[in-house]
Design a protein around this ligand. Structure first.
Ligand SMILES: NC(=O)c1ccc[n+]([C@@H]2O[C@H](COP(=O)([O-])OP(=O)(O)OC[C@H]3O[C@@H](n4cnc5c(N)ncnc54)[C@H](O)[C@@H]3O)[C@@H](O)[C@H]2O)c1
Length: 122
């Protein structure tokens, strides 16, 4: 039987990298889309060869369309949060807006492709 093909956006982030490892243990074929803006490639150290890593911005339609090609499901963990965003954009409202924008964008992608989609926004 062919493995479940899974895309994890934000896969080099705190939660995403842990999920990637778990999915690999479960026998999935894992692809990651992350721009490494907040993620750390070291979190995927030792499993680089076991995954497909796409460096890209989820807001870029071409990168997103490429990332979802051929997958069965998407776990959406690409997110911008925390005090750095608050400092950059001047208020917590922006943190929430950016998060919602990324979530909204991911849902659009999921509806294009009809893949199963999990949004893990906290
Ligand atoms: N950390 C927690 O305890 C916790 C608990 C519950 C829910 N969550 C939710 O899980 C999600 C991820 O949280 P986290 O703690 O792993 O955050 P994180 O910052 O560690 O990971 C987010 C990842 O998204 C990537 N990213 C950001 N913008 C991107 C973009 N435009 N394109 C592609 N990649 C982009 C970053 O590089 C990073 O790797 C959030 O929705 C958060 O609310 C987190």
């Amino acid at each position: 039987m062919s493995p479940r093909r899974v895309l994890v956006t934000g896969g080099s982030g705190f939660i995403g990298s842990a999920l990637v490892k778990r999915l690999l243990r479960d026998g999935c074929a894992v692809r990651v889309l992350d721009d490494n803006s907040r993620g750390a490639p070291r979190r995927l150290a030792g499993i680089e060869k076991d995954i497909e890593f796409i460096a890209g911005d989820i807001r870029d339609p071409a990168a997103a369309a490429n990332a979802v090609r051929g997958v069965h499901e998407v776990h959406h963990l690409a997110y911008v949060n925390g005090p750095i965003v608050t400092e950059l954009y001047g208020g917590w409202q922006w943190t929430r807006r950016i998060g919602l924008f990324l979530a909204w964008h991911a849902f659009i992608i999921a509806s294009w492709t009809r893949v199963r989609m999990w949004n893990h926004e906290g």
